[in-house]
Design a protein around this ligand. Structure first.
Ligand code: ADP
Ligand code: MG
Length: 385
């Protein structure tokens, strides 16, 4: 899978060796063309530094940054400036308009660095953000929201594929925030890739994906909903089953687990997100578990297959579809304690009803027998679900 933006173990240090601040500390992630990503996290977590690295405004201290297949470290200074102005448009919290130039001139200034200035194009960019009528105004004659719209027109004038926005609504009132987010939505709908820094949760939800930073690292994203986490679990199960088939440890009667309900696009997005949070990695186009992903997959598979055994052996359910759909529900909600008790209750079974191996848990080594009370509590918690 070739990505539009790819960061590989990128770091940025500030200051002297030994006492340096690791503003960005080994970040890897990929964005596909046309994605809208929000970078979130507390003040000082490295959001601006990361965005400036992606925007080639700053050079990483380590790691690699590829944009549209171009390794940015390999570009010479002049090439880099050209690449940046052709590919990337910036929107800053502080607008950064030149005070003694009009709105139109501010937009044309961005063209100047690019190639020839073209007033018609600059006016068209102002029109896109509803500011054409104010073209001759100086920044001081415009409200904050209007200044930001001029700044967005400036970012758009060279028709960049990537828009980078650092707290674009940080200095705006609610109404102007709404206008700016509407413009960003339009830009996204046009197929542009957007990476936006924000610490506003509502704003973050507008994006398709969120990266949460903490101390310069991507934190496992607590903003993922239960549904998103279930999707991750399903992908992990699918990868687990695929590996079993490849290794020949899975009987062919259960091949139906091989198929999944995601579209190709959904699958790609899920894999990209799961790679960001360190559950999978993609090597030579093939998805693999990381240690963390493998351990989470093992847990999900264990819960699923133990639940199947429970329905068959204890609750005497024979309907395949009922077993499968109940097991799918259970695999997301059983706590580790209930899972181990269920395993003990079932006598630590080695395989699911279809013959696929059940990964062992801590309880399997203990070979403990459940008391009547514990047995009752497992069954009652199962019934509650
Ligand atoms: P955020 O945008 O999430 O608030 P920043 O990327 O601005 O965070 O900063 C991350 C860390 O790097 C902070 O500890 C900050 O003090 C430090 N930092 C940022 N820029 C510089 C710089 N130019 N020189 C030294 N330290 C910096
Ligand atoms: Mg910042």
């Amino acid at each position: 899978m070739s990505s539009f933006i790819e960061l590989v173990d990128v770091t940025k240090l500030y200051g002297e060796k030994g006492t340096a601040v690791r503003a960005v500390d080994g970040i890897s992630f990929r964005a596909q063309r046309g994605e809208w990503i929000a970078i979130m996290g507390p003040s000082g977590s490295g959001k601006t530094t990361l965005l400036n690295l992606i925007g080639c405004l700053d050079q990483p201290s380590g790691g690699a940054l590829l944009i549209d297949g171009t390794d940015t470290a390999k570009l010479r200074r002049g090439e880099l400036a050209r690449f940046r102005s052709e590919t990337i448009g910036f929107i800053f919290q502080q607008f950064h308009l030149v005070p003694h130039l009009t709105a139109l001139e501010n937009v044309m200034l961005a063209q100047y660095f690019h190639s020839m200035t073209d007033e018609t194009e600059a006016l068209a960019a102002l029109r896109q953000v509803g500011m054409e009528a104010r073209a001759k105004h100086l920044p001081s004659q415009l409200s904050g929201g209007e200044q930001q719209r001029v700044a967005i027109a400036r970012a758009l004038v060279n028709d960049p594929k990537i828009i980078l926005a650092d707290e674009p609504t940080g200095n705006l009132d609610a109404e102007n925030q709404r206008i700016v987010f509407q413009i960003l939505s339009d830009l996204h709908a046009q197929g542009r890739t957007i990476v936006m820094v924000t610490h506003d949760e509502a704003a973050g939800k507008l994006a398709e994906r969120r990266l949460n930073l903490e101390h310069g690292r991507i934190k496992e994203n607590l903003l993922f909903s239960a549904e998103e986490n279930q999707d991750f679990d399903e992908v992990l199960e699918h990868l687990w089953a695929r590996r079993e088939v490849a290794q020949g440890t899975k009987p062919h009667t259960e091949i139906h687990i091989e198929s999944h309900d995601f579209t190709a696009v959904q699958w790609k997005r899920l894999i990209a997100t799961m790679a960001d949070i360190g559950l999978v990695s993609v090597e030579n186009g093939e998805e693999r578990f990381t240690a963390k992903g493998e351990s989470r997959a093992r847990d999900v598979i264990r819960r699923h297959r133990l639940a199947e055994r429970l329905f068959m052996d204890v609750l005497s359910i024979r309907d395949e579809h009922e077993i499968e759909s109940s097991a799918c529900k259970f695999e997301h909600i059983l706590s580790p304690e209930v899972t181990d008790r269920m395993c003990t209750l079932l006598g630590h079974p080695l395989a699911c009803p279809h013959g696929s191996p059940i990964p062992k848990g801590a309880c399997c080594a203990e070979k403990r027998v459940l008391g009547a009370e514990e047995m009752a509590s497992v069954l009652s918690s199962v019934r509650r679900i």
